[in-house]
Design a protein around this ligand. Sequence first.
Ligand code: SAM
Length: 291
Amino acid sequence: GTEDISTPKRTKEIIARHGFSFKKSLGQNFLIDQNILHNIVKAADLTKEKGALEIGPGIGALTEKLAQQAGTVTAVEIDQRLIPILEEVLEPYPNVSVEHGDVLKVNLKELFARRFDGVSKVSVVANLPYYVTTPIMMKLLEEKLPLENIVVMIQKEVAQRMAASPGSKDYGSLSIAVQYYAEPRLVCTVPHTVFIPQPNVESAVIRLQVRDQPAVAVKNEQHFFEVIQASFAQRRKTIANNLKSKYFPKDGREQLEGLLQEAGIEPTRRGETLSMEEYARLSDVLLEAGI
Ligand code: SAM
């Protein structure tokens, strides 16, 4: 039989034979390490009853491993030049379908209905293009798709921010946005040497176990996230000062401090010390007061 797509030798052979040139602007760094690929796929807990959605299959290194573990695999690739390559190298895997498109523009609800109907659970598994990591992750989480988990390789700093707890330097609005929808776990960090070409940033694999219900109940989700954004606007400022800039630019400090107390939050605290539950309470109290 043929070698795995992801071995350095076969990867180089496929690239050379098709005259493929990497596009840095599309975040093209392909995986050539069996161990890392194994760890990524293992973290998704796939079985033949489950489905996998891959974003950015490249030349199919990860897609091949997903095809061996999952029942159904759909891979969405933006680069038209990769489509014929993928069709050729993935030919031995009839459970894989490759679609050409920008994942940020794809109608995922429609894709799920078409591709994962009758599949018990679906994972998103990807070595993401780093320039669009956050928009892709927020789209996957906000659309409330029937997902079991998301296992992705991303920039290490972004993974640390997603998994951060209150009080740590990495904790911010991204931590809360992700943890509202999912439970994060850092799987491993990854050296530059597992890619061709090698990226300039450090990478990590993160697993998000998607929650059945958001972590906290709030009266208005949009308001909740707006309060969080405002609270982190300037990290050195107290929560009272940040919220005052946003909601009481002229006066009303006393009213604001009263509302913070009502939510059980000392006005002198900083945004980075508040838990998600405290933000939920704060958002509800402000909303009740018409703010
Ligand atoms: N999965 C392959 C691997 O691990 O070897 C390739 C990973 S590479 C880091 C990212 C891939 O995402 C590239 O193939 C790139 O063309 C593709 N890509 C970039 N932006 C995309 C987008 N908006 N939608 C879909 N795919 C995208």
